[in-house]
Structure formats: structure tokens, C-alpha cells
Ligand binder design. Structure first.
Ligand code: PEP
Ligand code: MN
Length: 362
């Protein structure tokens, strides 16, 4: 895919690229207020607002629909910054384009569905409309790439990816798990594809936004899409994660920008990107080791309560056999796995012995 960089089609491209606006368009007044203030800040290249909201549960606010489109056009004309909105089917595309909207995004709940993505791609065929493609809900890089490829094949070459985190069943501080290794891998596969990060949907809460936005810049991503609302606590959708509009500039000021340009990041930074991928994979390994350690502690407590010895030869034989079989089947270096599990098992015995001793002495 030879996507066309934003600097060739955005009216005022900057690095990093900033897209901001409310989760949902709620009223003409709200849209005019947001557009006026963000335009005055001079920091935002595109405004965002959801018109049709894909909600997890029925009976939630599902967006103002078509009637919000003229508000966005009016604000665009008054303040000179274009809006980007979410479309989930061909009808949305037609309504948006008929109203004069020129930038679209595909949401996470749509990217998961190749039928929907293809329907949108077919509707856009032959039109010169930039599309921002959010990652699918589930951590599946191929599905994300597939959506980009469907649009690219329909002649949409002004494409940008948006990383908004991934659903997990596991409890986490994040609303959507960042899995940074996935967008990093996307970047290593398609170095010319720009990738924005959406800290709002990753964080799910205001206090985490800065950490995620900073990490996005530190990792060399190309910009941010951030939800901001004049009065977030009263927002009709995503009230906990939107930044107060009046605090938006201060928020941007609090971030440290890296001096890296997109072109440099392609030419010089393949190695750096791959190293970041390794860093993320190592962090994931360590999170799993931490979870394993917690389970080991529970096992230690159970053994102490039931008078069972810490070291169980049969169980250890079974573990090492299973891990070596898994390594062989998955072409993982056998010596490495053998050495690593020996250490893991040693640590496990030590941790359980500590738990048992603590229980005996208490
Ligand atoms: C949104 O941006 O408001 C939205 C619904 O995003 P996502 O598709 O990432 O959940
Ligand atoms: Mn939202």
C-alpha cells in the first residue's frame, strides 16, 4: 500500500497531527463552541464528532444522526477546520457526503466486519475522500490490515490508521488494552502509513489520558485523536474520558513532543521500531510472569493449609514435558525454553516455600 501522507492533503498539516472534538455531536451550540475554541487554539488539524454512535447496549444514546450533519458543516464554514465523522455503512457514507462532509473514520466495531468495510469501500469507490481506520475491537492485526487494504483497493489512498486499544475480558485499568506491539508491528509492515493514537478510548478515564498520549508521542506515532467536550460530565456518551474543552490546550502543552519526523522514522528508525516492539513484547512477558507469580503464591498457601509438600516431582515432570512439546510444535528454541522453565520452577519453589514459612510462623 502506497498511502498518501497527510501533508499532501490536510489544509494545515503538522507533526504531531491533532484531531479533537466531542465523542458525539449533541447540539448545534455544543458543536459551534467546540469548533470556535479549538480553531482559536491553532493546534488542531481536524475536528471530530460522532453522529451515529455504535453502542454496546441498546437504549443508550445512539447519536443525533443526520440532523447533526448541517451543524458540522456550519462550524466548518465558520471556523475553517474540517470535521471527520464515523460511518458504519453505505447509507452513512451517502448522508455524510451529501451533506458536504469530506473526512470519514471507520470505528472499531465496524473494522471487525469485512462485509461492512467492503460496503463502505464500494460506496467510496471513485471518490477522493480520506478515511481514518480504527483498529478492530479484538487484537487482530490482519483484520486491521484487511480493512485498510479493502479501502486501498477501492482507490482510497488517503488512509490513516487510528490505534484505539483492544477489548479484553481481563480486568485492566484501561478501558481498552493498548497492546502497543500491534500498532508498532503495523508501522514496521507499512512504514509510510501514518498511525494516530486515540488515548480517550484506550484510557476510558481522564486521569490516564496524559500517560497514554505521552507514550504515543514517545513511541513515534504520528498524532492523536482526543475527545474533548465543553462539559464532559454532562456528555451524552463517554463522559468519563473526555477532556474539558477549556483545559485542552494546557493538556497539549503538558506533553513533550519528540523531534522525530515521519520521514526520518521510515529511513533511520526501522531498528528503533523493532526495538520498541521487543520492549513491548518483554513487558507483556513480564505481566504474564507477574500473574503467574500471584497464582504460585495462592498454590503455596493452599499447600500449606493442606499439609502438602511444596515440591511435587510428578507435576514438575509434567510441566517440563508439556512446555518442551509446545516449544517443538511452535518452533521455539528448545534450549531457551528448557533453561527459562528451570528458572521459573526454581523461583516458584522459592516463592511457595516463603509462603509456607510465613504461614507456619504466623
Ligand atoms: C468514537 O471515536 O467515539 C468511537 C466510538 O470510537 P471506537 O470505534 O474506537 O470505539
Ligand atoms: Mn467516544
Amino acid at each position: 500500500m502506497q498511502t498518501i501522507p497527510t501533508k499532501h492533503w490536510l489544509p494545515h498539516p503538522t507533526s504531531p497531527l491533532i484531531i479533537a472534538g466531542p465523542c458525539s455531536a449533541e447540539s448545534e451550540g455544543q458543536i459551534m463552541d467546540v469548533a470556535e475554541k479549538l480553531a482559536a487554539s491553532g493546534r488542531v488539524q481536524l475536528l471530530r464528532a460522532g453522529v451515529w454512535k455504535p453502542r454496546t447496549r441498546p437504549n443508550s444514546f445512539e447519536g443525533m444522526g443526520k440532523k447533526a450533519l448541517p451543524w458540522l458543516i456550519k462550524a466548518e464554514e465558520a471556523y475553517g477546520i474540517p470535521f471527520v465523522i464515523e460511518v458504519a455503512n453505505a447509507e452513512h457514507v451517502r448522508a455524510a457526503l451529501d451533506a458536504g462532509i469530506r473526512h470519514l473514520w471507520i470505528g472499531a466495531r465496524t473494522t471487525v466486519n469485512p462485509f461492512s468495510v467492503q460496503e463502505i469501500a464500494n460506496e467510496l469507490k471513485g471518490r477522493d475522500i480520506p478515511v481514518f481506520v480504527k483498529n478492530p475491537l479484538n487484537p487482530d492485526l490482519q483484520l486491521w490490515i484487511g480493512a485498510l487494504e479493502r479501502l486501498y483497493a477501492a482507490g482510497i489512498h488517503k488512509l490513516v490508521a487510528v490505534h484505539r486499544g483492544f477489548s479484553t475480558y481481563q480486568e485492566s485499568v484501561y478501558r481498552n488494552s493498548p497492546n502497543w506491539e500491534i500498532p508498532i508491528e503495523l508501522k514496521t509492515k507499512f512504514p509510510q502509513l501514518e498511525i494516530l493514537v486515540d488515548p480517550s478510548h484506550i484510557a476510558g478515564k481522564r486521569y490516564l489520558l496524559k500517560e497514554i498520549a505521552q507514550k504515543a508521542l514517545d513511541l513515534g506515532f504520528d498524532g492523536l485523536m482526543i475527545e474533548t467536550h465543553p462539559d464532559p460530565d454532562k456528555a451524552l456518551s463517554d463522559p468519563k474520558q473526555q477532556i474539558v474543552l477549556d483545559q485542552f490546550e494546557a493538556f497539549l502543552d503538558s506533553l513533550q513532543e519528540r523531534q522525530l519526523h515521519f520521514e526520518d522514522s521510515i529511513a533511520i528508525n526501522q531498528l528503533e521500531q523493532l526495538r520498541k516492539l521487543i520492549d513491548e513484547l518483554d513487558h507483556n512477558l513480564m505481566e504474564n510472569l507477574k500473574r503467574r507469580q500471584q497464582v504460585v503464591e495462592q498454590i503455596g498457601a493452599y499447600k500449606a493449609d493442606h499439609g502438602v509438600t511444596v515440591f511435587q516431582l510428578e507435576r514438575w515432570r509434567q510441566i517440563i514435558k508439556d512446555r518442551m512439546n509446545f516449544a517443538q510444535a511452535n518452533e521455539i528454541d528448545a534450549d531457551l525454553i528448557h533453561a527459562v522453565w528451570n528458572e521459573i520452577h526454581k523461583a516458584s519453589i522459592r516463592i511457595q516455600t516463603d509462603v509456607v514459612n510465613q504461614k507456619l510462623s504466623s
